[in-house]
Design a protein. Structure first.
Length: 413
């Protein structure tokens, strides 16, 4: 009797599939948290809302605990994803890095230029040049989730890789341009802790608790050093070993990095990021006039997200494909690439974070930044969704899939 045909129904999902599904669901939760913050900030509960987030718990306010401590865990996850993708994932080879890498670079440079064109004569406002340069992967994947199978998986992978490179750029920008007066002693102590962490990784320590305990100490020293405390999360991530278990050398998913990443994902996706969104998205529209929508700071952020990301991501990707250095993602057409480029203009989480750093002591400018981010992200998301909703699907043939060739109508090398 012949053996029954094998099906994939009971196979565990791949890490990438789990990441996409998790992030897409988290994006929908984040949308709800942001909407709730806006409702509460403009309701009779607004005084209690703003009073609560600015209340002090020990040395820091509630908002600072969220932005400096909880977000350090978010940056830890970002760092883990960057390291995994570069060493063991979608960015492990040059050919895989070209398209998302160039698109991410263009998608950061052009929005910054557009922002500066609106704010070049205002040295204070110009500090926010990096605000529209970031992409919110959770929000973008949440919009893609609403479209179901109308968007090919290859395009979701492209968007994920681009956003991870984008996050790395944002981390570098925060470290270089948004730091206060530096404490040499605390920096030296942070460097010493980092050296111990790297030594533990080289020595083959696989228990995560020593890394977490030293990571908390590292966060404390970085917080006092003048470098933003969240950078400690990225530094810690880069010290976590990704080597597989020697007893099971084929089990890459058993490495400390993969175990920590899987443990953090649900907490970051469904708790930390929504809490951050709720605490930072609230802006009161009381007394706000139409002038706030046309202010150069608001317009610079909003148009940087919508036009800057569209021109930067789509233009850079199209140029690389046309020059033959990369292929269009399999099954994707130009209209779909255009729609995804617009979705990159959803800059919610990282844009808000950079905005809070750029204008930490100016509540009025913070509110203008929030309005620009909300308007720009909403517009980019709606237009991107509409384009992807009507864009024709360019489905590859079985022969193309087996050969790994690009779908009909896409560029070839």
């Amino acid at each position: 009797m012949a053996a029954p045909a094998r099906t994939d129904d009971h196979r565990p999902p791949s890490m990438l599939r789990a990441f996409l599904d998790n992030s897409a669901s988290g994006g929908l939760v984040l949308m709800g948290a942001a909407a709730l913050a806006l409702v509460v900030a403009n309701s009779p509960l607004s005084e209690a809302y703003f009073g609560a987030i600015h209340a002090y718990l020990g040395p820091l306010s509630v908002q600072h605990w969220i932005n400096d401590a909880l977000m350090a865990v978010f940056f830890l996850l970002v760092g883990l994803e960057i390291k995994r993708e570069v060493l063991d994932g979608q960015l492990a080879t040059w050919s895989r890095r070209v398209l998302p890498g160039v698109a991410a670079a263009g998608g950061m440079a052009v929005p910054a230029v557009i922002f500066l064109l609106f704010n070049w004569n205002d040295p204070v406002a110009s500090r926010g040049w990096a605000i529209p340069a970031a992409t919110d992967i959770a929000f973008a994947l949440g919009v893609l989730a609403l479209l179901g199978d109308r968007v090919p998986v290859s395009l979701k992978i492209f968007l994920t890789a681009l956003a991870i490179i984008d996050d790395l750029g944002a981390v570098v920008i925060i470290a270089l341009f948004y730091t206060s007066d530096l404490s040499t002693l605390d920096l030296a102590l942070a460097a010493a802790v980092t050296a111990v962490l790297f030594g533990m990784g080289r020595a083959g320590v696989r228990n995560l608790w020593p890394f977490m305990i030293l990571g908390a100490i590292l966060w404390f020293f970085v917080l006092r050093s003048g470098v933003h405390a969240t950078i400690a999360g990225v530094v810690l991530a880069f010290t976590i070993p990704i080597r597989p278990n020697p007893a099971h050398p084929d089990d890459m998913h058993g490495s400390p990095l993969h175990r920590l990443e899987h443990a953090l994902h649900p907490w970051v996706t469904f708790a930390i990021i929504p809490i951050f969104g709720f605490a930072n998205a609230g802006v009161s529209f009381a007394g706000m006039t139409v002038d706030a929508l046309t202010d150069h700071l608001t317009l610079g952020v909003a148009l940087g997200l919508v036009l800057g990301k569209l021109i930067g991501v789509y233009g850079s990707a199209a140029l690389v494909i046309r020059l033959g250095y990369a292929d269009m993602p399999m099954g994707a057409g130009r209209m779909q690439m255009l729609g995804v480029s617009l979705l990159c203009g959803i800059g919610f989480t990282m844009s808000l974070f950079i905005g809070m750093l750029a204008f930490a002591d100016n509540l009025h400018m913070q509110n203008e930044v929030k309005v620009g981010i909300l308007c720009g992200s909403l517009l980019a998301g709606l237009i991107g969704w509409a384009i992807l909703r009507v864009a024709p699907r360019d489905v590859p043939t079985p022969d193309q899939i087996r050969a790994g060739a690009p779908a009909k109508g896409t560029a070839s090398r």
